[in-house]
Design a protein around this ligand. Structure first.
Ligand code: FES
Length: 155
């Protein structure tokens, strides 16, 4: 049984109310929502894939691409914004050559913008997994990316 089939087996077929929990479970298990997953969910819930995709894109927590080996979350909450997160995002974009929501060609990096991560007094905040970088400045980005490249190469 595939991971997706296993997840679907915990829900009632045709129950549209289960859509968001199913999307969450599959993203947690697979890291993102693939086209195949959306098609399987559509068949299970008797919903069109267009409708599922439309609903899923309404929530910024869902991803439709496989993350890089290192996936950065850059806080875009109000306090981090006031403290310069926009410049940090621009520096990350320039260093990696990708936009938020994309993955580098070598598969090492991806990043997303998030809402408040709860460290407002220490913003701007950037995180990957359980590692948090606080008071991040634009000039910190090249060294941060360089260190994280080494981490990505170990994965
Ligand atoms: S606004 Fe960034 S941690 Fe709260």
């Amino acid at each position: 049984m595939s991971k997706i089939d296993d997840i679907l087996s915990h829900y009632r077929e045709g129950s549209h109310d289960s859509l968001i929990p199913i999307l969450q479970d599959i993203q947690e298990a697979e890291g993102y929502l693939s086209e195949n997953a959306i098609v399987r969910i559509g068949g299970f819930l008797h919903m069109s894939t267009t409708k599922i995709f439309g609903l899923a894109t309404f929530y910024d927590r869902f991803r439709f691409f496989p993350c890089g080996k290192v996936h950065l979350r850059i806080c875009n909450g109000t306090t981090c914004f006031i403290n310069g997160s926009t410049s940090v995002v621009a520096a990350v974009r320039e260093a990696l050559g990708i936009e938020a929501g994309q993955t580098t060609r070598d598969g090492r990096f991806s990043y997303e913008l998030t809402s408040c991560m709860g460290g407002c007094n220490e913003g701007p905040v950037v995180a990957t997994g359980e590692t948090y970088f606080t008071h991040v400045r634009v000039e910190d980005i090249p060294e941060m990316i360089s260190k994280l490249k080494a981490l990505a190469d170990l994965k």
